[in-house]
Design a protein. Structure first.
Length: 367
């Protein structure tokens, strides 16, 4: 069963576990995911959950495991009903939505259903119950201004490790083991260059440029170094690479994006993966980023930033919609139309709406 679309070991979890712990945790998670997909709803009829349901729930299961590790001050996969009830108590006091509490509880129920059938545990009957608030609608599918800032900041943390000189010899060995797995090379071959490589500017540049240029997933996939004009702070997207194939585009970049992109282009030249390649960004496997891989990156960034994305249309288009919404508010439809590369102003008009927080502030001002 192909689990490449699933965040089996999210980045925040991978960074806190040793190499052997990550292997053990991955095995545990893969066993659970496979069972949920094949048997989760009705084991007797081999009726499993939809992939989208499992993809969303496993993030909250991962949060539960991390809660247990914090509570026990050690790594373990032997989670118990007491752990689950304690987490529900903490969620009851936490500053979070009823929807978040309810979905966390559903995720833990799903986890213990698997453990009951495959590990000999009992299914979990929580001491307290949560339910989603009635009459609520799904959150809007664009990032707020605060979320845009948090995503930028999370990109700086994504995949990063401490400085070589700022860790103890024991920590240095543990991080070297992590880097050996990450870069698929023997631990004895890990060098200072690999430490620097782990803290590269690829993801920060990808995120920052996408936030500014409102890049569609297909445009991220097609992006090449010749698009970049750092001196003028723009991307030059030719007609043959434009998503709609309608025009050549000159897309503005902010100073932060120019800065991180300059750093990334300098680093990019030193990586063998990019030898003879024009793509601006490649995955570790040497493939251009596509919708699924970009969605995984965004979900991991949300994990780092603490952004709740359950029941949201949180794809790479969420970034694009955010840029369109706030560009329209800060400038006008014409500016947004150019930045989003819309041929017709009618397409851009869907972004011509005042965000709810601004309308709320206006009501407070007018009494």
């Amino acid at each position: 069963m192909d689990l490449s679309e699933f965040a089996v070991v999210p980045q925040p979890t991978a960074e806190r576990l040793s190499q052997r712990q990550r292997v053990d945790y991955r095995t545990e998670r893969e066993d659970a995911i496979k069972w949920l997909l094949a048997f989760g709803i009705d084991p007797k009829k081999a009726n499993g959950y939809a992939e989208s349901t499992v993809q969303n729930r496993i993030y909250r299961m991962d949060q539960f495991y991390r809660y247990v590790w914090d509570a026990e001050n050690r790594y373990t996969t032997a989670v118990t009903h007491d752990h689950a009830d304690a987490w529900m108590q903490e969620l009851a006091y936490a500053d979070c939505s009823d929807t978040h509490r309810d979905l966390c509880q559903k995720a833990v129920r799903m986890l213990f259903k698997w453990r009951a059938h495959e590990r000999g545990d009992d299914e979990w009957d929580p001491e307290i119950s949560f339910s989603s608030s009635s009459g609520t609608t799904a959150p809007r599918d664009y990032l707020t201004l605060a979320e845009r800032k948090h995503i930028r900041e999370a990109a700086l943390e994504y995949g990063s490790i401490p400085s070589y000189n700022n860790v103890s010899p024991r920590e240095r060995r543990e991080i070297a083991a992590y880097l050996a797995q990450r870069f698929e090379k023997p631990v004895d071959d890990i060098t200072r260059d690999d430490w620097d490589r782990a803290n590269n500017w690829k993801i920060p540049s990808l995120v920052s440029v996408s936030l500014d240029a409102a890049l569609r997933p297909i445009e991220v996939e097609r992006a090449v170094t010749s698009w970049v004009d750092l001196d003028n702070g723009i991307l030059r997207i030719p007609i043959e690479d434009s998503s709609k194939n309608e025009d050549n585009w000159r897309v503005s970049l902010g100073s932060r994006s120019v800065n991180v992109l300059r750093r990334w282009l300098a680093q990019r030249e030193t990586y063998e993966l990019y030898d003879g390649r024009d793509e601006l960004w490649l995955t570790r496997e040497g493939n251009p980023y596509a919708s699924a891989s970009l969605r995984r990156v965004l979900h991991e960034l949300c994990e780092i930033a603490g952004i709740d994305y359950e029941d949201r249309q949180m794809s790479w288009y969420t970034i694009r919609h955010s840029t369109g919404t706030y560009m329209t508010r800060e400038e006008d439809l014409a500016a947004a139309q150019t930045q989003l590369r819309h041929k017709s102003a009618k397409t851009t008009m869907k972004y011509d709406q005042v965000p709810v927080e601004d309308r709320r502030d206006a009501l407070d001002r007018i009494g």
